[in-house]
Ligand binder design. Structure first.
Ligand SMILES: Cc1ncc(COP(=O)(O)O)c(C=O)c1O
Length: 376
């Protein structure tokens, strides 16, 4: 077996989701707050566009970087983010996860360090380790979600900072001042920034700001996005990135030798998603907001401390008065068939927390809360 995979854990979110599915198959009525997956159908016009592509025979390999029409749409979309890029500086991949994997493999060397604001999404650390580099968790202030004091984690080996705003698992959003703080440190220490903006549109109160738009940052930023969350397209596997051309070119080599390209007809769906009406997104975000309010109020009623997140569809709840996050998650699943992800999966600072994904119906959220009440 490969030594490279020895220190890599399986994905905690998939593990919990698999467990929940197993219980469901055994006839148990499980409420799953585990995977970050919108329960909505992909909007009709996007599905129609992919169906049309299938019927027109667009079922072959595409250029590895993605079809030009989609990369043009993406270049146009990046203008919204204040990024002026050409289709040659864009890569389309089978999911943003693949984009992140390729970007990290393209820039990190053995012995390099990459800083993550912790709690951090489960896959950054493993991607960094697979590059032979070291993930360095910089705990975030959980009261105000400011990335204060992280400069102390910068060493001579630091090569990259990973920014994920809106953030999975906390739902926190970095405002301009937070991003400026990160920008200054990236410039002072000549660091790259990987900005994972996949939850850009799942935002309730604040505006989304791309760190790449700050002066001098575009040359050192890899901006990642995708279709899974915004357009309820998780199963389509479609993500994308822009970065300085030399980084994109190396990501492309990885893609050519691994997945070849993103699925052809899915890419046509991607064009419809970006260029079509955006009311579907507003509708889904409004519903997520109502769900957020429902879950946060319900948790607070149960005596569980949690902040009302500004974005994403996750709540990171401190359950320390009932046990650590792993114990509580286990009891919830065993005694109430409620699946949540233990906070420790997102780094040591998440030990007292559970992550709840509220991308499920309000009826299921209410039922989940009732069951939680019985357990806690
Ligand atoms: C922070 C973050 N980045 C990236 C991804 C990957 O998204 P995709 O479905 O496009 O691979 C996820 C999915 O859960 C995520 O939460």
């Amino acid at each position: 077996m490969s030594k490279r995979l020895e220190g890599i854990e399986e994905s905690a979110t998939f593990r919990v989701a698999d467990l929940a599915n197993k219980l469901k198959r055994a006839g148990k009525d499980v409420i799953s707050f585990s995977l970050g997956e919108p329960d909505f159908d992909t909007p009709l016009h996007i599905r129609e566009s992919a169906k049309k592509a299938l019927d027109e025979g667009k079922t072959h390999y595409t250029p590895s970087a993605g079809i030009l029409e989609l990369r043009e749409s993406i270049a146009n979309k990046f203008k919204e983010n204040g990024l002026e890029v050409t289709p040659n500086e864009i890569i389309v991949t089978p999911g943003a996860k693949q984009t992140i994997f390729e970007a990290i493999q393209a820039v990190l060397n053995e012995g390099d360090e990459a800083i993550l604001f912790e709690p951090a999404w489960v896959s950054y650390g493993p991607c960094i380790k697979l590059a032979g580099a070291k993930p360095v968790g910089a705990p975030i202030n959980v009261e105000n979600f400011k990335p204060e004091g992280f400069e102390e984690f910068v060493t001579k080996k630091t090569k990259m900072i990973i920014v994920n705003s809106p953030c999975n698992p906390t739902g926190a959003v970095f405002d301009r001042s937070n991003l400026k703080m990160i920008t200054d440190i990236a410039m002072d220490h000549d660091l790259l920034v990987l900005s994972d903006e996949i939850y850009e549109k799942i935002l309730y109160t604040s505006e989304h700001v791309s760190i790449g738009q700050f002066d001098g940052m575009q040359d050192r930023t890899i901006t990642i996005n995708g279709f899974s969350k915004t357009y309820a397209m998780t199963g389509w596997r479609l993500g994308y990135a822009t970065a300085p051309k030399e980084i994109i070119d190396d990501m492309l080599k990885l893609q050519q030798h691994s997945t070849s390209c993103a699925t052809s007809f899915a890419q046509y769906g991607g064009i419809a998603a970006l260029e079509g009406p955006q009311e579907c997104v507003t509708g889904m975000v409004n519903e997520f907001k109502a769900r957020r309010d429902l879950i946060v109020e319900g948790l607070v009623d149960l005596g569980i401390k949690c902040k009302k997140p500004d974005g994403t569809f996750y709540v990171f709840a401190n359950v320390s008065q009932f046990g650590n996050g792993e114990d509580v998650a286990e009891r919830l699943l065993r005694d109430a068939y409620v699946a949540v992800t233990p906070g420790i999966a997102f780094g040591p600072s998440g030990e007292d927390y559970i992550r709840i994904s509220y991308a499920i119906s309000q009826a299921h959220i209410s039922e989940g809360l009732n069951r939680m009440k019985k357990v806690v």
